[in-house]
Write a protein that binds this ligand. Structure first.
Ligand code: AMP
Ligand code: MG
Length: 347
């Protein structure tokens, strides 16, 4: 299949491409769409055949449910979810459009294929004007997992979407590089207190300011053991992984840089903070951004992981940010890429 590329840097003057993308979605086709978090692989969430094609194009296990993307309008929330608690409206009011996915009880109009057979559904309103315009023009919720091939790091540019699923989908809408760079934060509101299922672009601290106590699902912090079932089914799969094995080092930046420097020779790849680039003269280094600039780290983490697949490195070492703010999401993506192979450096 020839994948069409629509370049849509803004809505004005690009109404035709937006309408074409919406028409493809309505016709049951797959379209790569820009969001502020990562690129999504979109289809009509109410069309089970279209949704089945998402799983096929990504090679995604069929028990891993999709997030549905809605306009910023509570009437749509009420259309696809039932027993919506007051807190969900408050969170939507405060954080949408934005990188927060809420897990709510599903209305059965949302097909089993979309929710992986669960009686809940993940809903979010993305903060990207082009994709919101496509949803409005299609007039259906768009189911969209991250657009990467299953298991690979997520895509933060249209070119990466083409690299992973070009030839398998009808079109990709290039809305520029993703402003946030990591996926949405997933909060389960079907339990009390609410539960963090995946850290992401909306920092936990900001959610706690509205919700009070939030429980953290164990799958956020460690790998699942045989027989354990995380509440976000996607959290049990190896994810985000480049071809070479990854080891993550936690601790203060000077100490982790020194520890990595002892191991990283020629043939190694290192993901490090800007301040530590000089520690690894023989390795191939990728700059994750400054220690203090977690927004930049979030924007860069997936392309950093991906970049090593264009090299011959046989081992990758990564410095991990502290868990405050976006550091929880950046560290989680690095640790998942490492299969939770983590070295805790003291000092
Ligand atoms: P992705 O689209 O690649 O960001 O993956 C979506 C993530 O949301 C996966 O980890 C899913 O397991 C999770 N997810 C989607 N819907 C639900 C749901 N109803 N309950 C729990 N987790 C969900
Ligand atoms: Mg994904």
């Amino acid at each position: 299949m020839q994948t069409e590329l629509f370049t849509v840097p803004m809505i004005e003057g690009h109404e035709t491409e937006i309408q074409k993308a919406a028409d493809l979605i309505r016709a049951g086709q797959l379209v790569g769409i820009p969001t502020e978090t990562v690129y999504g692989l979109g289809a009509d969430a109410l069309n089970p055949e279209a949704v089945a094609n998402i799983y096929a194009a990504k090679g995604r296990p069929s028990d891993n449910p999709l997030i549905i993307h809605l306009p910023n309008d509570v009437r749509w929330l009420d259309r696809y979810c039932v027993e919506v608690p007051p807190l969900a409206y408050e969170l939507a009011e405060t954080f949408w459009p934005g990188p927060l996915t809420m897990i709510l009880r599903r209305n059965p109009v949302v097909p089993d294929r979309t929710t992986g057979g669960l009686d809940t559904v993940g809903v979010r309103c993305p903060d990207h004007p082009v994709t919101r315009a496509i949803i409005a023009a299609a007039d259906v919720p768009i189911a969209a997992p991250s657009a990467n091939t299953s298991g690979r790091p997520s895509c933060t540019t249209a070119a990466e979407v083409m690299e992973d699923v070009g030839g398998k989908i009808a079109a990709v809408v290039d809305g520029g590089p993703c402003a946030v760079g990591v996926e949405s934060t997933i909060l389960d509101l079907t339990c009390t207190p609410p539960k963090l299922l995946r850290p992401g672009g909306m920092p936990l601290e900001q959610l706690e300011a509205v919700c009070g106590e939030i429980e953290i699902d164990p799958a956020v912090l460690r790998s699942m053991q045989a027989g354990e079932r995380p509440r976000a089914p996607g959290m049990k799969y190896r994810h985000y992984a480049p071809k070479a094995p990854v080891t993550v080092f936690t601790g203060n930046p000077e100490a982790t840089a020194a520890a990595i420097a002892k191991q990283a020779g020629e043939g190694s790849g290192v993901i490090c903070f800007t301040e530590c680039l000089d520690y690894f003269p023989n390795a191939i280094t990728v700059d994750l951004g400054s220690v203090e600039d977690k927004q930049e780290q979030a924007r860069r983490v997936f392309s950093a992981l991906r970049s090593f697949d264009r090299t011959q490195v046989t081992a990758i070492y990564a410095q991990c940010p502290d868990p405050a703010g976006l550091g929880l999401a950046v560290g989680n993506r690095l640790k998942k890429a490492a299969g939770f192979h983590v070295v805790e450096v003291q000092g």
